[in-house]
Structures are given as structure tokens and as C-alpha cells.
Design a protein. Structure first.
Length: 104
């Protein structure tokens, strides 16, 4: 599984090189979300994955990295391999990229 740091994901997102897909559930997004991320909750992922833009690298994000790793494996099973897991998830993002973000 390919991983990247939150800082690498933030840089690629700001350059428009990657799509950031947050697989957390809506109630988690109400606590903290990352600007520019699109939400495809893991609970709906198998039904909605075809709507994820695949024209660039897909960076997958969750709270700590476990659910996004599951989503990455699912995409790989469907032949979508231009993916990367954001190691440490939104929690590490809040610690290393944007300290103004809420943590839970």
C-alpha cells in the first residue's frame, strides 16, 4: 500500500495534482473537515466509488488511516491503482499541517 504524509497530501491538493477523498462519516465531518476534500463515507463507498474522479491521484483520508486503507484496497480490487493512503489521517493532519483543526 502506498502511503504519504499529510504534508505531502496538502501540497498535492493545493497544486491540484490530487483529489483528497475523505471516507469518514458525516458526523465526523461535523467535528473537523479539510478544505477541498470530497466525502465518500466508507459506509457508502461500494455504492459510490464510481463517482470518484480518477483523472489524478486519489489520496484517501480517514481519522487515523485504517478505514482509508480499506477504501484503497477496495479501489485496487476494482483496478484503480492511482491511490495513496494519508498516513495518520485527519488526526495527524491536525498535528502537522493545520493546528487550527479540531481533534477527536
Amino acid at each position: 500500500m502506498r502511503e504519504c504524509s499529510p504534508a505531502d497530501a496538502a501540497a498535492a491538493l493545493s497544486n491540484g495534482d490530487w483529489t483528497l477523498v475523505d471516507v469518514r462519516e458525516p458526523e465526523e465531518l461535523s467535528i473537523v473537515s479539510i478544505n477541498g476534500a470530497v466525502n465518500f463515507p466508507l459506509s457508502e463507498f461500494t455504492e459510490r466509488f464510481a463517482d470518484i474522479p480518477t483523472d489524478r491521484t486519489i489520496a484517501l483520508l480517514c481519522h487515523h488511516g485504517g478505514r482509508s486503507a480499506q477504501a484503497l484496497a477496495y479501489l485496487a480490487s476494482k483496478g484503480i491503482t492511482n491511490t495513496v493512503n494519508v498516513a495518520g489521517g485527519v488526526d495527524r493532519w491536525a498535528l502537522t499541517v493545520d493546528e487550527s483543526l479540531n481533534r477527536y
